[in-house]
Design a protein around this ligand. Structure first.
Ligand code: PLP
Length: 373
């Protein structure tokens, strides 16, 4: 079967061939348990540690990398840092931006029940950027233990002003968790954050692995209990193949950051030109160029998607469209249900060609015109 043109890079990215090659020996021949004391175990452990260093090289200094099974798990783990302050000194509030991923918002909701008295979803403006004064007023009681703010939004590509957000969180004494899933490897991680969550499959690495970077001195609370791996914070046997894959993907992203950036910017220029009749959702200036979330008044996007099966793209976020719920991100921007249902997300990156963008746009525009005629 002919593969569709893939324009869903925010949902997942193709595995880089170099990453695949780096992983193969650890899947096929070197099957030792990295926690075993013998030579095969030590070799596997060395590969895991080399991968950890590759990931750490792209994080701020003064912290450690904990491997997890996904970014969702990394985010859940990060919230363990809110637990102790909530119990010990009454910092009983947890906060996040209203446009965070479900991995953050649903964990905030869980914590509200489990240990924190209150949670607050900080509103964004119609451009998707956080309103800094709202953070200030939300945190001003000095009762917040953790604030979550994402680097790049997975649905609309908007880049949040993490440095400015951190000035407020620092002043008011709470930890700042940065969900950098969509920005890691593309944008330098700001040095000012306390914790960073990332995911392998968003950076041309394998699925089934993520990581949490934690600044030294921050105490976490394990969410998975058992053999005490990952310094007792995340039990379970690590997969050397997945760790090596994430490390290789991080290294390639770091080496190619400028090249990838230029390529994506050029593709974005082409896409914006061809989709000139559409409205961009979210800020046009503060965004990652490889995400184009656009709408066309009166369009029925579910119909559009079934009319254009030879292009893989999304309506809102993959998660939101899977559940049938209107996107909470587009809602937070103030879009009504009709506008949300007429929005699509196109995501492109390292392996997308200009010809693919042009052909996809031709197909999507033709189907949209036919529908609106
Ligand atoms: N955060 C953001 C911004 C994401 O886009 C995603 C995945 O879509 C996640 C978190 C969850 O990542 P994972 O698939 O590794 O659990």
């Amino acid at each position: 079967m002919k593969q569709p043109i893939y324009l869903d890079y925010q949902a997942t990215t193709p595995l880089a061939p170099e990453v695949f090659n780096a992983m193969v020996p650890w899947l096929r021949d070197n099957f030792g348990n990295p926690h075993s004391a013998h030579i095969m175990g030590r070799q596997a452990a060395a590969a895991v540690e080399a991968a950890r260093d590759q990931v750490a090289a792209m994080m701020p200094s003064g912290g450690k990398v904990i491997f997890t099974g996904s970014a969702t798990e990394a985010i859940n783990l990060a919230f363990g840092a809110a637990w102790k302050p909530a119990k010990a000194n009454g910092r009983e509030r947890v906060c996040g931006l209203a446009t965070e991923h479900a991995a953050v918002l649903d964990t905030l909701a869980y914590l509200e029940d489990a240990c924190c008295s209150d949670r607050y979803d900080i509103p964004v403006g119609d451009d998707g950027l956080v309103e800094l004064e709202k953070i200030e007023s939300c945190l001003s009681n000095n009762d917040c233990s953790l604030l979550a703010a994402m680097l790049v939004n997975n649905e609309i590509g908007v880049r949040q002003p993490i440095e400015k957000i951190s000035q407020i969180s620092k002043k008011l004494g709470c930890y700042l968790l940065c969900d950098a899933v969509q920005g890691f490897g593309r944008i330098k991680i700001p040095n000012v954050v306390d914790m960073v969550a990332i995911s392998g499959h968003k950076i041309h690495g394998p699925k089934g692995i993520g990581a949490l970077w934690v600044r030294d001195g921050i105490e976490l609370r394990p969410v998975i209990h058992g053999g005490g791996q990952e310094a007792g914070i995340r039990s379970g046997t690590l997969s050397p193949a997945l760790c090596v894959g994430l490390g290789a993907a991080a290294k390639i992203a770091s080496d190619q950051m400028e090249q990838d950036h230029y390529h994506v910017e050029e593709l974005a220029k082409v896409a914006k030109r061809i989709f000139a009749d559409w409205t961009i959702n979210g800020s046009t200036d503060h965004r990652y160029a490889g995400n184009l979330n656009i709408r066309r008044e009166g369009l029925d996007v579910s119909r559009l998607m079934s009319d254009v099966r030879s292009v893989a793209f999304s309506a809102g976020s993959a998660c939101a469209s899977g559940s049938g719920r209107p996107s909470h991100v587009l809602k937070a921007l103030g879009l009504d249900d009709r506008q949300i249902k007429s929005s699509i997300r196109l995501g492109f990156g390292r392996y997308t060609t200009e010809d693919e963008i042009i052909e996809a746009a031709r197909l999507i525009n033709a189907a949209a015109e036919a529908q609106l005629a």
